[in-house]
Write a protein that binds this ligand. Sequence first.
Ligand SMILES: Cc1cc2nc3c(=O)[nH]c(=O)nc-3n(C[C@H](O)[C@H](O)[C@H](O)COP(=O)(O)OP(=O)(O)OC[C@H]3O[C@@H](n4cnc5c(N)ncnc54)[C@H](O)[C@@H]3O)c2cc1C
Length: 257
Amino acid sequence: MAIVKEKVIEINHFTDRLFRFKTTRNPGTRFRDGEFLMIGLEIDGKPLLRAYSVASPNYERFMEWFSIKVPNGPLTSKLQLIKIGDEIITNTKAVGTLVLDNLKTGRNLYLLATGTGIAPFMSLIRGIETYDNYEKVILLWSTRFAKELGYNKYLEQLNHDRNLRDIIQNKFYYYPSVTREEWKNTGRISTVIYNGSIQTKLGIENFDKEKDRVMVCGSMPMNIEFKKYFTEKLGCKEGNSSIKGEIVFEKSFVEKC
Ligand SMILES: Cc1cc2nc3c(=O)[nH]c(=O)nc-3n(C[C@H](O)[C@H](O)[C@H](O)COP(=O)(O)OP(=O)(O)OC[C@H]3O[C@@H](n4cnc5c(N)ncnc54)[C@H](O)[C@@H]3O)c2cc1C
């Protein structure tokens, strides 16, 4: 596995649990939107690496990452202290199942995320091919508290972003929700999917398994719940690198919510 060093060029701490940072990008680093790499730090001369979804789209010259800060976490207790100009290490060959290649094309693409599970979708919602393949790209993202929706303001104006609006063509739909406090949208994203109210709220067509596709990224309970609903109840076929399907899953973190 080729390991390269990247320089930190930007950092934003959203909360005491979450931060986002950008690094330089080695010209040899290859990834498809939605994939993950191993990233980390050299500690006492040894690499300490963890899986991280790339949050930037593959046409950018920098790499963006969205990270948890786990108290006493071997990597993130140190990673959260990085400063501009510091170096992190990454491998250069990405992998992952949340890629457009694993899904049939279709009408609408649903991206369902909890917590840091938003990271691969930050790449996909800014990707050119995503909007080539689908008429509408619908992101549902829930966190425990509103302050944890670190990308919220950015996402609310994404259709109008000067640099992205030609790519996105007003095809982006967004529904944020929080589960542990009163906010404008509260509750688990599964609720608005099961009762069909998400389509009314966003003014879009009802979900149609024949036409619409789904990507899921987040906690283990959410993965299990959506696997039951979409694959067992609705009969959506899971896609992989050999056979394109109607739904794909990635466990980007293992926290119970
Ligand atoms: C495919 C894949 C993609 C991932 N992408 C990301 C990403 O983009 N951003 C990110 O922050 N993490 C991501 N992770 C998790 C990441 O690999 C590390 O687990 C995390 O950075 C913590 O590292 P650590 O060494 O500090 O603690 P670890 O020893 O790795 O984890 C300690 C504990 O912290 C909790 N935890 C770990 N990661 C998270 C998380 N993201 N959210 C909530 N609780 C967590 C779990 O309970 C875990 O047992 C991904 C994991 C996988 C498998």
